[in-house]
Structures are given as structure tokens and as C-alpha cells.
Design a protein around this ligand. Sequence first.
Ligand SMILES: Cc1cc2nc3c(=O)[nH]c(=O)nc-3n(C[C@H](O)[C@H](O)[C@H](O)COP(=O)(O)O)c2cc1C
Length: 373
Amino acid sequence: MKTIFDKTVINGMALRNRFVRSATWEGMADENGRSTKQLADWYRDLAKGGVGLIITGYTFVRMEGRQMPGSLGAQSDDLAPEATELSRAVHDEGGKLCMQLVHCGGQARPKAGSKNIAPSAIESPQYSTLPAEMTARDIDEVIQAFGESARRAMEWGFDAVQLHAAHGYLINQFLSPLTNRRMDQYGGSVENRRRFLMEAYRSIRSAVGPKFPVLVKLNGADYLEHALAIEDAVLAAQALEAEGIDAIEVSSGTPASKDKVPVRQKIDTREQEAYNLDLAVRVKQAVSCPVMVVGGLRSFDLISEIITSGKADYVSLARPFIREPGLVKRWQGGDMGRATCISCNGCYRPGLKGLGIACVVEQAERKKAGKAG
Ligand SMILES: Cc1cc2nc3c(=O)[nH]c(=O)nc-3n(C[C@H](O)[C@H](O)[C@H](O)COP(=O)(O)O)c2cc1C
């Protein structure tokens, strides 16, 4: 039987347990996407806390594909010295590091005066401005950029890369009939809408070779009318598997998906936990590569049951590790209390102020305790 603390291997990458830190933008890189000591220390703490695989915050492959301030970049070879420090920090503590690669497309926030690019020039609730339709050349350039960025991640000592195909970003925009209205070979049929994803994957695979783990974060559903639904997501998962994807992390939602956004708030009850589990199970039933489930995982016994019952092969958590980077060690040491994260999303606030993400609840409690003492 599989258990949560099993040691596993994904295409040569040895992992010390089945816990994954899901990609989490930290807002700690500089304006060119260059890493900092603050970010290296952040990853060192996470690795020290026992998580098996750490996935970086979304890392842009081209400048115009950026969104949040302080995002990490992989668009240039000259970012090497600081990026290499990140993988070193994680390896020093026995962890593994995967770079999540993204182009935000219509959800990007390009410099004032320049336009976003997206599959189609349409208004969408998930876009704040009207994007320009990508030309054939734009498509080729972005696909090439995915491959070049993956090659850099490998050279910088990262152990894996993950394609961000979820949460309404560019690849998801191509997959979704809501945002992809193209009449060429990238739009229309389900196969055509998946072409951009497949070409980005092939570009990465040919850059890193067969022996480097390539993962994908895929929406099982966008939870928007006429957008990506589970049937198409399963077909995409199968197509990726047929070409050698090494693991699939299942998420859902876009910023426009109301109460079903990717980062849902108020996970107070058992019923609210594991909100993507049904989608992950659908994917798991359709593929034989490892499947990771993310979204609202908070209780150890539930997490453990997901693994022992075979519903997923890995569990991915984001917010709980912001409050408790040592959560895995805590559980491993026998303190089985639920993750203390209250899913308030206050962690974004210091990040948006340029300070880097942090648990504001924890900070407030520390301040109070300090005053009381
Ligand atoms: C501050 C913050 C930043 C995030 N950044 C990313 C990101 O860069 N890429 C990504 O795929 N998901 C990102 N997410 C979403 C998480 O990876 C995860 O899918 C979501 O938070 C649900 O998991 P959780 O309930 O364990 O937090 C972010 C979430 C938070 C709270």
C-alpha cells in the first residue's frame, strides 16, 4: 500500500515523501525576475521543513508574460548566479526543486503602453484589458521560450520543470473555447485547442531530453460557461502522457470563477477540504503517470487517506506552508493537528507591497504575544 511518507522516484528524481509545495508566487524577485537572498532563504526553510518537492512560484518565460510584481524569471541566461543559489539552498536541506514555467497571456500585466497577447482578441471576465491576438510568429516565439527557460532551469541545478497550464493563464486560454476563438490550427476542435500545450511540452522535452522530469499543472475544470471542462482536460492529460509527461498536478478555476477560483477561501470544514479531489480522481483513472492533487488540503488523516486509497499519488499544498514551513516535520513527528492556515488569503498582501508573501495572521499573533510579554 502507498503511504504519504514513502520515498518515491519521478523520472530519476528521488523524493523523500509524497508532499509537494504547490507553486506559490512569493513576490521576492527583482523587477527583472532575478532571485534574491530573501527567496533563497524562503526555499531553504521550506526544504528544512521536510516537504519532498518544492515547486517555485510561476516563473515567466518572456518579459511580456509576467503578471505579479516580484515574480521569478527564466527569460535570460544572465539570471544564472542567483537562480543557482535557489537550487543549492534546497539541495543543502535534502529537498528537490521544480521550476514552474508560465506565460500569463491575457492575464499578464505588461508595461504601460504595451499590449497583452492571447489566443484571441476578445473581452473576457478573466482579462483586465483587451489583448491582441497572437500571430503565428508570437506563437513560435513563446513556444521556443518555454524550451529555452526549461533548459536554463536544468543548467541552474533545478530537478524538474512544471508547465503552468492552469488558472486561466496562456496555455489554459488556448485550451478553453471561451478564450480561444481562433480559426487556424490552434483553435476549434479539442485537438486544435490543445496544440499550443503540446507544442510547448515538446519544446521543453527536446530542450531537456528524456531523462529530466517534466510536470504539468492542469485545470480539471475552469468552472466558467463554455470553458474547459473535465472531459477535455482528461483528453489533454492522456495526450501528454502519450508523449512522456512525468506527472500531472490537478487544479481548477480561473480568477473569474467566483466561488470556484483556484485559491478558495475559508476552508473551515472537512467538506470544504480537497476541493479538486474529484477532478484529480477522474484524471488518475485515465492515465498511469503520477497524479498530484492540490487545493484546500488541511487535515493529515484526509491527506493520508488520499494516498492510501490511491486517489492520487502526491498531495500538493500552498498556503499551509506559508504559515508553517515545518508542517511536514510536525506531522512526521507525531503532532497531527490540522494545518493552522485559515485560508484567508492575507498572505498576498505583504507580497503586493513588495515585502514578499507572509502569513499576516501569524505576524499579528506574534506582535500580540510580544506586546503581552
Ligand atoms: C500567495 C499565493 C501565490 C500563488 N501563486 C501560484 C503560482 O505562482 N502558480 C500556481 O500554479 N498557483 C499559485 N497559487 C495557487 C496554489 O498553488 C494552489 O493551487 C492554491 O493555493 C490551492 O492550494 P492551497 O489550498 O493548499 O493553498 C498561489 C497561491 C497563493 C496563496
